[in-house]
Ligand binder design. Sequence first.
Ligand SMILES: Nc1ncnc2c1ncn2[C@@H]1O[C@H](COP(=O)(O)OP(=O)(O)OP(=O)(O)O)[C@@H](O)[C@H]1O
Length: 656
Amino acid sequence: MDWTSELISSGLWIAKTYAITLVCFALTVWLLAKRTVWGRQFWQLSGAYFSPKRGLRPILAVAFILFLTLAGVRLQVLFSNWYNTMYSALQDLNEAGFWLAMWLFAALATVHVLRSLLDFYVQQAFTIHWRTWLNEQMLDRWLGGESYYRTQHLKKGIDNPDQRIQYDVTVFVESSLTLSMGVVDALVSTVAFTLILWGLSGPLALFGTEIPRGMVFLVFIYVLVATIFAIRIGRPLILLNFLNERFNADYRYALVRLREYAESIAFYAGEKVETALLKHRFAQVISNAWAIVYRSLKFLGFNFSVTQAAVVFPFIIQAQRFFSKQISLGDLMQTAQAFGRLQDNLSFFRNAYDNFASYRATLDRLTGFTQAIDDAAKLPKPEVQSAGQALKLDGLTVRTPAGKLLIENLTTQVHAGQAMLIRGPSGSGKTTLLRAIAGLWPYCDGAITRPQGQMLFLAQKPYLPLGSLRDALHYPNAVSGALPENAGNADTATLEAAAVASAGSAPQNLDRLVANTQFDHADTPTTEAPSAPDRSTGAALQATRDQRARQVLDAVQLGHLADRLDEDADWSRILSLGEQQRLAFGRLLLAQPAAAFLDEATSAMDEGLEDAMYRLVAQHLPDTLLISVGHRSTLVRHHPVQLNLKGDGGWDISTR
Ligand SMILES: Nc1ncnc2c1ncn2[C@@H]1O[C@H](COP(=O)(O)OP(=O)(O)OP(=O)(O)O)[C@@H](O)[C@H]1O
């Protein structure tokens, strides 16, 4: 082998192969996206990411990764030739040739290491950018158009959306890249090593007939037969892997609920039932895990046997030609190596079978998710307009999902500064009427006109977001400086620093290390004061806002919390329901909405407190239109108009 011209011929080889591969790759992707179900699923999820209209970066990145993959194949071919050179030098006792081979190895190994590192970096960067894009798409679609809520109304709901957004997106992106590049690597290597083996193999005598270059045909037949068997043995793994994800997600969800409802469960002493449920779900995980183990034993056992048999196979076939001095030791070793590589490459499809199976399961889950979002968007939406200062309901008919009539042909108006109480037996549709006015309830007809400006809906159990008391008080307006987008990076940087600092010391409890790491968000810009020069203005704004927040806390009789505005805690667990309801009234006073809808928002307060809260609203929000839902007669004094729902569609309006 002439190593001096190798640089040029390798360059030419890469250029030629690259051009062919690029065209074939693009054509194959196009064909798969058109002709196969999973290709269409892939395109549906990520076609937009690769659209040139969005930018050329993703396509260029794929093209570069393809180039690096081919360079990797070429290096493998060079290493194969190197083996030949080195073993031939050993056989000829050619010391100079041996040392030259060592220098060659140093050069090849250096290029190999550099290429591998660059390949790793580019692939990781590409994956991270793609994942970020896809995550944003999923989040936007999930939160936009209220899909996260409306999917509840689908006949076939959607299980574990959290897993689909967080886990499946990652797996999809990583597997798409590793599988596609794996296929390219395997195919190009197959061609390259077939050519090498072709040059090295002699005729093969089989049942009295001589097959020229028999070994090449043998390896193909060998792998083809093995692949057919492997696919048969491995097929059940597709479903088993799919179930594995689902059962694990179900088990995790049950554990999350246990944490969410810890107090209620503890009051009920419901540990027995919860343990039984958790054990049942875990048993599903385990029984499926065993099924995977047994199936994998068969699958891997078959694969291992096939791979092991392939180790000695080329030696046995070439031995005769070696001993009769038709080929050198170098040729023999290169034959074994090329055979091994060829076998590996052809077996890629067999070995990647279960990866491909989980990939398809991931595709099914992600497209199922986007389909549910599309279906939710197709559900009917109430006709809600924002105009003027009044709430106008015109011929509004509300039904349950099963079609039962709750409210028929309701026509009424409430003006700014007026208050109306909705009353009626349990299940008569009071909350559902509020859902319709909020635009959330699909099963209604008629026209709804809401006043312009902010609407605030307060539920019986107020929602308190994760974060500080300030966040909870101002929700849904974001005011805190520690918004995830800014703080997340700061936290990760702090943790990275802690990880680097701990590198030299003895292994320690990582959980404690993370818990003890101090996050300093002092420099994190707030949402309303993003740039450094504006920081003092931002601080002044925050001080004024906090002062107002403290006054409001005092007013709603939560003065004892005034110094804890910054405290990050699970406030829905700390505050009593009555305190949470008062906090929601504080929210109302701060937000000063055009209209407020209170759904049994004082149910956990005594009558004195309830009276005080409504007086506060009347005093501080004289122009706010107020609609309350409640059973207590004491509410009547704060609502001159009452809408009484009968529960069978009927209704009437009375005044105090
Ligand atoms: N997501 C849903 N799917 C199916 N039925 C629903 C759904 N939401 C509400 N309903 C049904 O609609 C009817 C009205 O419910 P709604 O919550 O509006 O009653 P309500 O008058 O507010 O009752 P309460 O005074 O007990 O709070 C009930 O029969 C309820 O079961």
